[in-house]
Design a protein around this ligand. Structure first.
Ligand SMILES: C[S@@+](CC[C@H](N)C(=O)[O-])C[C@H]1O[C@@H](n2cnc3c(N)ncnc32)[C@H](O)[C@@H]1O
Length: 262
């Protein structure tokens, strides 16, 4: 039986924009992911699991011809509502599963999937499908949360020390290093490389943001004067770029591995 919530909304997703480090992470992830699709006039781009549709709408505004594919009726209704407000051309919204994309082979110049691969019950098939519908030489871009980030490891170690070492009460509620209930896969760099590398010639493995969600850091950066906070976030982001295995989010991009006719 397939266990997927077709009425899903975003109420259980990490709230974005609530703290300075969250805002930075989500902005950077969006910019980098969309940037790797080389958006621009004449490009045909597919957003897989397009959710509310905000990324597809942004790319369409940059002149690309964009299709958002999404199985959830509710998410798609949000996307339609948002795009109805736009004045210019808007993306096409297509209901569809990532592992059986309803598009012909070689239909797109680029396909991307942001923050959703770990929600899929068949993620590797989804990557294969993205490679199939992207033309040879085109770009496939994946942005995935890293559950072995420095932040996850650090927070887990501190909690273990408190709870197991010092016998303090177990922290209640989901910690940011715990995989949410609606995720099927707990990703870290080697698994991402393995699954993406099976279908893509990877030319980009980029780390985004460091230390996101560590309570002390979140509080500290929230209190710093804005220029100092930005400089600190950028500095850590630069380190994440050099050490993607420790980054909060990892972006992998490349062109389809399959040969024509495969
Ligand atoms: C966290 S949201 C991300 C949405 C969007 N990409 C963004 O960055 O805002 C995850 C999305 O994956 C979709 N989803 C879950 N399982 C899926 C599947 N098997 N195929 C395609 N989309 C799926 C959900 O409906 C949801 O819209």
């Amino acid at each position: 039986m397939r266990v997927v919530d077709l009425d899903r909304d975003m109420s259980d997703v990490i709230p974005t924009g609530t703290t300075r480090d969250s805002e930075y992470l989500f902005d950077r992830m969006t910019q980098a992911t969309l940037g790797h699709t080389d958006p621009g006039p004449g490009r045909r781009i597919l957003d897989v699991a397009s959710g509310f549709g905000q990324d597809a709408i942004l790319l369409q505004e940059k002149g690309a011809t964009v299709v958002g594919a999404e199985p959830s009726e509710r998410m798609m209704a949000w996307a339609r509502m948002k795009s109805d407000e736009a004045t210019g051309a808007v993306p096409s919204w297509v209901r569809g599963w990532s592992d059986a994309l309803p598009f012909a082979t070689d239909s797109f110049d680029a396909a991307f999937c942001k923050g959703a691969l770990d929600h899929f019950d068949r993620p590797e098939l989804a990557i294969a499908e993205m490679a199939r519908v992207t033309r040879p030489g085109g770009r496939v871009v994946l942005a995935i949360a890293n559950f072995e980030s420095l932040s996850c490891r650090g927070a887990r170690a501190v909690d273990d020390l408190r709870e197991l070492g010092l016998g303090r009460p177990v922290a209640r509620g989901r910690r940011h290093y715990d995989v949410p209930a609606d995720h099927f896969t707990r990703y870290e760099l080697s698994l991402m490389r393995e699954q993406a590398g099976a279908h893509l010639h990877l030319d980009t493995v980029e780390g985004i943001s460091l230390a996101w969600g560590l309570p002390l850091w979140t509080r500290a950066v929230g209190h710093l004067p804005a220029p100092l906070a930005d400089a600190s976030l950028r500095l850590l982001d630069g380190l994440a770029g050099r050490f993607p295995g420790l980054a909060d989010v990892i972006i992998l991009a490349g062109h389809p591995r399959r040969s024509r006719g495969s």
